[in-house]
Design a protein around this ligand. Structure first.
Ligand SMILES: [Cu+2]
Length: 373
């Protein structure tokens, strides 16, 4: 049984009760930034572009992904059981399987055979039934569904970032850069994030130091003090996913910048869009229900947007409905050859009940100066 959300008791005309303290949050200044990219690196069909002006209010954000230690405190206090525990299984990457997990694995995902459905895998047994988080207390919690994350947020008095907040935070104040630290992947010859080195999906040389997850505070933070906004684990966002919603809204309010061409959903309802785990979905492509596809809810209509305007998309929060939730930042499984999604504008999605070993989250809270004007 979950406790009541801390703010829920206060009627709207009275200030909410003070929130419980939360360590390790940093302030993201907010303001207007250029969201998305028109770069050739953008992945067709993901809806990364076009570049548009977006405004978000200042907020506080966890400097790292929520760790196993933090999630354990939630479970200990509430007795919460995750979706993976209730279903009895989760998706584990094949190179991380323990021998017992390999034996217990029920099925691989057809088009992404490196994802194994493993009985008994869950947040505290991330590589299968005979694994543990004993040496990973400070790593991001994984195998948590979007639904699980909502329960955690209610308990902790926090919320998930909107996709726009996430991207504003990830950019760290840099304008239109590829990564949270700039445009060069290994600036100064140093690895800056936990992604794949070698040949996906069979050989990870772990040159960056990690085969699976890394501690949440590994690698230097961006200019806002945020760690690993890209790589390591995908991070759930609050929004429903749509490859077209942002472009449509930006065109409607005149917020398009640069080329101002609205991308059509590249799926067009063709193969590569529906079903579980298509190659186009890269390292995030394993979902529990087999539902999903691109989530755009429309066939590609190829409509061109107007020229750039002076408008700003204010506090966008995604479409009102959908089938999959946004996830951002890529993971330790991303490799340029296959899934170049460890970029700040890259996006993917999964159904709200899905969980994998490379998907976690971090939280935000409205902070000082974040009230509506
Ligand atoms: Cu990826």
């Amino acid at each position: 049984m979950l406790p009541e959300p801390p703010q829920a008791a206060a009627p709207p005309d009275r200030p909410a009760a003070p929130l419980p303290a939360r360590d390790g949050m940093v302030r993201v200044p907010g303001g207007t930034f250029l969201m998305g990219t028109d770069s050739p690196d953008a992945i067709p069909g993901d809806g990364e572009g076009p570049v548009r002006a977006v405004r978000v209010r200042p907020f506080l954000m966890d400097r790292g992904a929520v760790t196993n230690r933090q999630f354990a405190a939630f479970v200990q206090a509430t007795g919460y059981r995750t979706d993976a525990e209730r279903y009895g299984w989760s998706f584990v990457f094949h190179l991380l399987l323990t021998p017992r997990a390999a034996a217990a694995a029920q099925a691989r995902v057809a088009q992404t055979p490196w994802w194994w459905r493993v009985e008994g895998a869950c947040w505290y047994r991330p590589d299968g039934p005979d694994s543990s988080i004993r040496n990973r207390r400070d790593h991001p919690v994984t195998h948590v569904s979007w639904n699980d994350v909502q329960a955690y947020c209610r308990w902790a008095g926090v919320r998930l970032p909107t996709e726009a907040e996430w991207e504003c935070a990830a950019r760290g104040g840099l304008e239109q850069c590829t990564y949270p630290w700039g445009d060069e992947l290994t600036a100064g010859g140093e690895h800056r994030c936990n992604i794949w080195q070698g040949e996906f999906p069979h050989l990870n040389t772990a040159e960056d130091g990690y085969l699976g997850t890394a501690p949440a505070l590994a690698f230097p933070p961006n200019a806002f003090g945020l760690y690993q906004m890209v790589g390591n684990v995908w991070e759930w966002c609050a929004d429903w996913f749509s490859p077209s919603w942002h472009a449509d809204e930006a065109a409607r309010v005149g917020a398009l910048r640069g080329a101002g061409v609205r991308p059509a959903c590249a799926c067009g309802g063709a193969e590569g869009c529906g079903g579980e785990g298509t190659a186009e979905r890269g390292c995030g492509g394993a979902n529990r229900t087999g539902a999903g596809g691109c989530g755009c809810g429309r066939a590609g209509d190829g409509a061109a947007g107007g020229p750039g305007g002076a408008g700003v998309l204010d506090q966008p929060a995604g479409p009102a409905t959908g089938t999959a939730r946004v996830m951002r930042g890529g993971s330790h499984l991303c490799h340029r050859s296959y899934c170049h999604r460890y970029r700040v504008s890259a996006r993917s999605s999964n159904t709200p009940d899905s969980s994998t070993g490379n998907l976690g989250f971090r939280c935000v809270r409205d902070g000082e100066g974040s009230e509506a004007p």
